[in-house]
Ligand binder design. Structure first.
Ligand SMILES: [Zn+2]
Length: 263
């Protein structure tokens, strides 16, 4: 996170002051939303629908690329804390991922769980396998995005999905967990410690003497670091240094770097 952030925040505060209060209240939830990705693996094409008896603003997903829906991994659509639940005659085996800021996602009817109850999961991490437990007539992923407990119209990669009444009218190809090559960035500051993991208690593996060109392979949330007037809990994994640095020392204004997958 670069020094630009304080300047940007100051500018935003001034702009917000010029905006009518109701408009700000209306957009507050949207601004806080994580960038959700499809709840199934990279490259797979699924179709989705919202049937008449559906709860909240859920969408049901089934595969439409020739693959078998049952047993396909279910992926966290954004990072967060996963909890396991069971509801007979309803959701069946299901996972809730709490993304913070009032945002949660639900994944119903799982055949099996793939995470421990209370585990932190990264975006694209498998949390279960697709099944048909509970009140379900066939294998599918029942998926919801909730803000402060209220189902929201589902958005993937920032775009709102439609709500067709039956399958094979709308399709979504996943880019969740695709990985990618990471990104090239420059660090700033001197004597920046590279640690074995994203925690201040992790051993130091090397130190960056001054601004350094680095390749960030992935990023994750760890200890909150406050330095030079900034606070951030995202850390970057550096390819060539073999460890993590706080994103504070990456010269980019975003707390979570764009185009860099979650570890
Ligand atoms: Zn459903």
């Amino acid at each position: 996170m670069g020094r630009l952030l304080a300047v940007l925040l100051g500018t935003l505060a001034v702009l917000a002051g010029l905006t009518a209060a109701p408009a700000r209240a209306e957009t507050a939830g949207t601004l806080a939303a994580p960038t959700f990705k499809a709840p199934y693996p990279c490259g797979q094409r699924w179709t989705y629908s919202h049937h008449s008896a559906e709860v909240r603003r859920a969408l049901d997903f089934v595969r439409a690329d020739g693959g078998t829906t049952a047993g396909t991994p279910v992926l966290a659509s954004a990072a967060g804390t996963a909890t396991r639940h069971y509801q007979a005659g309803g959701a069946g085996n299901y996972v809730v991922v709490d993304h913070g800021g009032g945002w949660k996602t639900y994944y119903f009817h799982l055949a099996a769980f793939s995470v421990a109850n209370g585990a932190w999961v990264g975006q694209g991490q498998q949390i279960g396998t697709t099944g048909s437990t509970g009140n379900s007539s066939g294998a599918h992923i029942h998926y919801e995005q909730l803000y402060n407990g209220v189902g929201q119209n589902i958005r993937i990669n920032g775009s709102a999905l439609s709500y067709p009444g039956s399958y094979h009218q709308a399709y979504l190809t996943s880019d969740n967990g695709c990985g990618g090559g990471g990104g090239s960035f420059t660090t700033w500051g001197s004597g920046v410690r590279v640690r074995a993991d994203a925690y201040l208690s992790s051993p130091v593996v090397t130190t960056l003497a001054g601004p350094t060109a680095v390749t960030v392979v992935c990023q994750k949330q760890g200890d909150t670091v406050s330095a030079e007037g900034y606070t951030n809990n995202w850390w970057s994994k550096l390819r060539d240094q073999g460890g993590f640095i706080s994103n504070i020392y990456i010269d980019h204004p975003a707390a979570q770097l764009p185009g860099v997958p979650v570890c």
